[in-house]
Structures are given as C-alpha cells and as structure tokens.
Design a protein around this ligand. Structure first.
Ligand code: 5GP
Length: 215
C-alpha cells in the first residue's frame, strides 16, 4: 500500500469502518444506509464461512476455501483479516484503494480485530461502533435470526462481551435501537466528517498562496 493511498485529502473518499458485535444489526443498518446514500460504496469481504440461506456470492461475501483465503493473505490482497468464530474474514485491498482514489466513500462492515488493523494503517478513517440497546436484546436478535446453533450463539455472546470492551478505540458509538434512527445518526456523522477542516486544509493552503501572490 502506498502512503498516500489513504491520505486525508478532500479529493479522496472517506474510509468508514462499522463494527459492533455480531447480531447487533450491522448488515441491516448497512443495507438501509446504502439505500439512503446511493453514492456510499460497500466493501464486499472474503470469507471461509459457508453461505447462509439467501446469501449470494459477490453480493454478501466472496466465499473462499481456506487455501484460497491463505493465498490472498500471502499475496497481500487483503487490507485486513481476522479469524472470527472459527472462520476467516478479510477486506479485499484493491477495491478499497480504487474506490477511495475515485473520490467515493467506502464502508467496511467488519469485526473489531480487523477494524483495529485498519486503524493502525489509516488512523484518519472514521471508526463507528454499533451498540445493541442491551446485551439481552443482542441475544434475542441472534436467536431470532435462527441461523446459529446453541453453541455458536454461546460463542458469539462471549465474543460480544469482549468486542464491546474495545468501544473506546472508536470515534463514535451509535445505538441501534431503531434502524432508521441509527442510519440518520450515521448520515450525520458522514456529513460532519466531510466538513473536517483537515480534509480541506490542502485546498485552503492553495487558496492562501494564490491570495498572497495576487496581493
Ligand atoms: P457473519 O458470519 O455473521 O456474516 O460475520 C461475522 C463477523 O465477521 C461480523 O462481525 C462481521 O462484521 C465480520 N466481518 C465480515 N466481513 C469481515 C471482514 O472483511 N473483516 C473482518 N475483520 N470482519 C468481517
């Protein structure tokens, strides 16, 4: 990755990272956001997990064998990757690079270990943590999804506790009580982040130079 790949330039898109415990509703919030913000680009991850009913290759995930995934790691094709609940997940690097360079905002919906790897490489990213209204509500959501067995639910609840401890590493905490409201909050954050003075400072410096030259 080149140094300026994720530079904090107004011409480049924002890198948004949305994390939160599994079952908190990241997928639902992301889909709702994408409907509201047509220009927001969703990064499709690679995973070794088996597809769930209804999941589509290239839309929900790129489904890979363990060997294929390891090959992606070995050839630096991933911006970040993590093992989560017995499966591997990772963000394809090239797609993110190209989209940001194109001036479009990208959202990664990933778990906390991966988010922390992204933060090391790109601290200017915008790190959002989606919170459940309560742990009880989180458990209900995982159970109601009906795709996980008891052992997986137990493991995911234990992980959720560990994940929530990392909240302090994030820039924003958004409680997902109602999807619509959570989306509105994230939209406001995106708008505010685009207005950060750091992002437009290089442009302003150019203006100042021009003003000084013409005086
Ligand atoms: P699920 O199996 O429920 O689709 O996802 C399990 C967890 O993996 C979720 O917390 C999800 O956000 C996370 N995840 C999905 N894609 C990626 C990725 O590319 N990298 C990382 N680190 N986590 C991911």
């Amino acid at each position: 990755m080149t140094n300026n790949t994720f530079s904090n330039d107004a011409e480049r898109g924002l890198l948004l990272v949305l994390s939160g415990p599994s079952g908190v509703g990241k997928g639902t919030v992301c889909s709702a956001l994408r409907k509201k913000m047509e220009k927001l680009v969703y990064s499709v991850s690679a995973t070794t997990r088996q597809p769930r009913t209804g999941e589509v290759e290239g839309v929900n995930y790129f489904f890979k064998s363990k060997e294929q995934f390891q090959e992606m790691i070995a050839t630096n094709k991933l911006l970040e990757w993590a093992e989560y609940a017995g499966n591997f997940y990772g963000t394809p690097l090239q797609f993110v690079e190209d989209t940001l360079a194109d001036g479009r905002d990208v959202i990664l919906e990933i778990e906390v270990q991966g988010a922390m790897q992204v933060k090391k490489q790109f601290p200017q990213g915008v790190f959002l943590f989606l919170m459940p209204p309560s742990l009880e509500e989180l458990r209900n959501r995982i159970v109601n999804r009906g795709t996980e067995d008891d052992e997986t639910i137990r493991r995911r609840m234990k992980l959720a506790g560990d994940e929530i401890k990392l909240l302090e590493e994030y820039d924003y905490a958004v409680v997902n009580d109602q999807v619509e409201v959570a989306c509105e909050k994230i939209q406001s954050i995106i708008t505010a982040e685009h207005l950060r003075k750091d992002r437009i400072l290089s442009k302003i410096k150019k203006w100042m130079n021009e003003v000084n030259v013409s005086c």
